[in-house]
Design a binder for this molecule. Structure first.
Ligand code: ATP
Ligand code: MG
Ligand code: MG
Length: 420
């Protein structure tokens, strides 16, 4: 893809925007761009430099992404809303053409990586709650104040705040940015950045060991090891607005990454902000259990879509007939009674039972977490609570994981009533 219309090749030490930004190391890449850690000589901060492929269709999509990111950044001058910020944007001409470049605040690992560090066993509920709060603050602002639907919420698109911030980090003295091209070709990252990353990964691994120890001890908290995740602030931000759209004009028919896709998108019954809430619930489940909530597969005689609908109904119960037959594509999957045409036998495995039986949650943790997630996974999009309503839910505001058990009546009184 490093050809005309494609990616721009960058070397460590390359400068951009008239010398303002200096490339440090590659952070990642996607279908549209490569992303580099760069040093901003004007603010003395690290930034993420996203360099778009140059062909017109990529430029067009960058213009859209810049428009959305500008709205996000301008509407939140106090930087409180847990969404990635756009610092600057400019054009850069190279051998493969003219590339639109976005300068974004520099963030750390994605929460997908956090799940990987847990060896796919899931994170402590205390941390899941912290991350959920951040995502919901971001979604509430995005939906209610800006009128934007993200359409691709998933663990990969939630990034932790980077602790490798030169102005705040204790390792600051060691953080010498590469201010010019290195002599002997420094490959990829600076050794100091790598060392810090290693340290963070080590801390994450220790936390994971603690989680599994606790799980093996039958849900009892294990004694704290010397170093834990306790010092790490689990704040995070929602990123990747390349597919976001204005709520007033949803464009694409097929949105969202498969496993996080809402039923109304599969059935093509029209969608709105609440598709992000569905993906949010799938993301929260994955954080807590380490496994995707729905991982559909093509089978003999049925499609991936049909398996997906079957998996949903196994956990969430039968889809109301009005909804199952109400989409443009309903007839492909459902008969007129609202039963799947090709997958006839469904085994029922309700969420709280699944959490206990498969993921070894305590009965109480399972019940409370299921009470939080189930209303968000309502098949009727208009009945799902909004991000604002979710933020009020008692599960998010519990004092601590091993905290005092709540009386049943008290819990249900405080519960979010769907549709209100
Ligand atoms: P996609 O195909 O996912 O749409 P894309 O070309 O739009 O890809 P992004 O997903 O925005 O690119 O970024 C690619 C990768 O770069 C991310 O997965 C992440 O690893 C890294 N990255 C992006 N933005 C940042 C950031 N602000 N801070 C740190 N790393 C980032
Ligand atoms: Mg991406
Ligand atoms: Mg993108």
């Amino acid at each position: 893809s490093y050809r005309k219309g494609g990616y721009h090749a960058v070397r460590v030490g390359d400068t951009f925007a008239g010398g303002r930004y200096i490339a440090q190391r590659k952070l990642g890449w996607g279908q549209f761009s490569t992303v580099w850690l760069a040093y901003d000589t004007q603010t003395s901060k690290y930034v993420a430099l996203k360099i778009q492929k140059s062909a017109p269709e990529f430029a067009q999509s960058a213009i859209h992404e810049i428009e959305i990111l500008s709205a996000i950044t301008e509407g939140d001058p106090e930087c409180k809303k847990c969404l990635i910020r756009l610092v600057d944007h400019f054009k850069h001409t190279g051998p493969n053409g003219q590339h639109l470049c976005m300068v974004l605040e520099f963030l750390g690992d994605s929460i997908l990586q956090l799940i990987k560090y847990s060896r796919y066993k899931g994170l402590p509920l205390r941390i899941v709650r912290e991350i959920c709060k951040c995502i919901l603050i971001g979604l509430d602002y995005l939906h209610r104040e800006l009128g934007i639907i993200h359409t691709d919420l998933k663990p990969e698109n939630i990034l932790l705040l980077s602790t490798i911030n030169p102005s705040k980090d204790p390792f600051r003295s060691k953080m010498e940015p590469i201010l010019s091209k290195p002599e002997g070709g420094l490959n990829g990252g600076g050794p100091v950045l790598n060392a810090i990353e290693k340290k963070l990964k080590q801390r994450a691994r220790q936390a994971v060991a603690r989680i599994s120890a606790r799980r093996m001890a039958g849900g009892q908290p294990a004694p704290k090891p010397a170093r834990s995740l306790d010092g790490i602030d689990f704040r995070c931000k929602v990123v990747d607005f390349g597919n976001a759209c204005w709520g007033s004009s949803p464009l694409a028919e097929e949105i969202q990454t498969r496993q996080y896709r809402a039923p109304e998108v599969i059935l093509q019954s029209g969608y709105t902000y609440s598709v992000d809430m569905w993906s949010f619930a799938c993301t929260a489940f994955e954080l807590a259990t380490g496994e995707m909530m729905f991982a559909p597969k093509i089978g003999q005689g049925f499609s991936e879509d049909e398996d997906h609908l079957a998996l949903m109904m196994e956990i969430l119960g039968k889809m109301p007939r009005k909804i199952s037959v109400g989409g443009l594509r309903s007839k492909e999957y459902f008969d007129r009674y609202g039963d799947l045409k090709r997958i006839r036998r469904l085994k029922s495995w309700p969420l709280s039972r699944l959490l206990v039986e498969k993921f070894k949650f305590s009965a109480n943790d399972a019940r409370e977490f299921a009470e939080f997630l189930t209303p968000i996974l309502d098949f009727a999009p208009e009945k799902r609570p909004t991000a604002e309503q979710c933020l009020q839910h008692p599960w998010l505001n519990k004092a601590s994981e091993s905290g005092v058990e709540k009386v049943d009546g008290e819990m249900s009184k405080l519960q979010i009533k769907a549709g209100k």
